[in-house]
Design a protein around this ligand. Structure first.
Ligand code: EPU
Length: 418
């Protein structure tokens, strides 16, 4: 197992480049199951989660080739019952994204139920209710969900929660359904818009992606496409916070301002300067941060995927910040590790009160999930001394070569084998 070793106290200066978006790539790869012929994706991030999705597609009979430029060709007919096994779903919940496409294209799918995960229970009831509304027969047995529908029918679906992957699953399922599907209370994340535009390029008829009401008119077939994946907004946001925290001056190349409004507003509120440039966003700061109050929300609100990183900014600010995690019930697992580094944080249910201003001191810490790991990297960059982060495999699921990227901007970060 690898660990990251970070020598704190070095200002970041220069450029970091953002890779393609993990949470856009995963549904897009699943969508290639819907298309006849080959789909080719460019700017695919080379990440463990993407490798797992590739493995799953192969398991489902697809031909998958390449890495950063990835080609997928789905089989004409699915295996008798195309199935996403427990071994793959347990390592990556987003495997559930193949459910909608498989049922829509092949009339049947069997997917292991994702259990709880490091950040909460995360059920998929909304995915399943939506598929039921479209006429699918959904049964649960032996830890698997079995979904059958010779042909899905368009339906009017009102989501209880604007679930991101739920909405993606149903939108994909609806593309090949008979008739019109309306999804209300839809998620509005940029990844939904990107998926919809790729599906439309395949021949789907979708309107309203990016708004709370998505309408899909089913078609009888979709064709393979070529698609370039947008820059990862969470990776970009993480680098913006890194630049600010170290009192740096960093161009985050590829960052899209329109996807980061809530994050940039909070950075500016804390006292960092963020300016759009032709090639991305530049962050400059001189320390002396003001407290930041945050409540995570569905897009366009402040993203839960940036909550842990902002906790470090709150710890560095003068005064008290209140951070509320309203999306997941258990996403404060970075807090005990930050306490070990000398932060002053009290948790009461879903709210963390962060009394900032105490310098962080380097420690041996352990990553517990993807964004918690990113938070510890940021803490290491400003801590006094050398921080060691164990279980870096969590980080490798969502950040491509983070140590190389930070090092090129002056960070002292290296990977070592334990
Ligand atoms: N929920 C339900 N029922 C459902 C679906 C969701 O109760 O059927 C609940 C969840 O338990 C959670 C809330 O709804 O409390 C929102 O979850 P959502 O379904 O929107 O999350 P997700 O689709 O599983 C995606 C991202 C996450 C990101 C969330 C929220 C992907 C592959 N994953 O997950 O990304 O945190 O949306 O924005 O797109 C990450 O990248 O680190 C990550 C966890």
């Amino acid at each position: 197992m690898d660990k990251l070793v970070i020598e704190g106290g070095h200002r970041l200066e220069g450029e970091v480049s953002v890779s393609g978006a993990k949470n856009a790539a995963l549904p897009l790869l699943a969508a290639s199951l819907l298309a006849e012929g080959t789909s080719t994706f460019y700017n695919v991030p080379v990440l463990d989660d993407v490798l797992i999705m590739g493995k799953l597609l192969r398991h489902l009979g697809c031909e998958v080739e390449g890495r950063r430029r990835l080609r997928v060709e789905a089989p004409q007919r699915g295996r008798e019952t195309p199935s996403a096994p427990y071994e793959l779903v347990k390592t990556m919940r987003a495997s559930v994204l193949v459910l909608g496409p498989l049922v829509a294209r092949y009339g049947r799918a069997r997917v292991s139920l994702p259990g709880g995960c490091a950040i909460g229970a995360r059920p998929i009831d909304q995915h399943l209710e939506g598929l039921r509304a479209m006429g699918a027969e959904v049964t649960l047995d032996h830890g698997y969900v079995d979904v059958r529908a010779p042909r899905l029918r368009g339906a009017h679906i009102v989501l209880d929660i604007p679930t991101v992957t739920g909405c993606e699953n149903l939108m994909m399922a609806a593309t090949l359904a008979e008739g019109r599907t309306v999804i209300e209370n839809a998620a509005r994340e940029p990844e939904i818009e990107e998926l919809a535009s790729a599906l439309c390029a395949m021949g789907a008829r979708i309107r309203g992606a990016g708004t709370p009401i998505i309408e899909v008119e089913g078609v009888s077939r979709l064709e393979g496409i070529e698609h370039t994946i947008v820059a990862d907004r969470v990776e970009a946001g993480t680098f913006l916070v890194a630049g600010a925290l170290t009192g740096g001056d960093v161009l985050v190349r590829g960052a899209v301002l329109g996807h980061l409004d809530a994050v940039v507003a909070k950075l500016r509120g804390a006292g960092a300067e963020v300016t759009p440039e032709a090639e991305g966003l530049r962050v400059r700061a001189r320390g002396g941060f003001s407290p930041v109050d945050i409540t995570t929300q569905p897009y366009p609100g402040f993203p839960t995927d940036m909550q842990a990183q902002f906790m470090v900014l709150a710890a560095a600010a003068r005064g008290q910040s209140m951070i509320k995690e309203a999306i997941f019930e258990n996403r404060f697992m970075h807090v005990p590790e930050l306490l070990r580094m000398g932060a002053d944080i009290q948790i009461d249910g879903r709210v963390a009160a962060v009394r900032g201003g105490r310098p962080l001191s380097a420690a041996q810490v352990m990553a517990t999930d993807l964004r918690a790991s990113a938070c510890l990297v940021l803490a290491g960059l400003i801590a006094d001394g050398t921080t060691e982060i164990r279980r870096v495999y969590h980080l490798d699921r969502g950040y491509e070569g983070i140590e190389d990227k930070l090092r090129r901007a002056g960070g002292r970060v290296r990977r070592e084998r334990e």
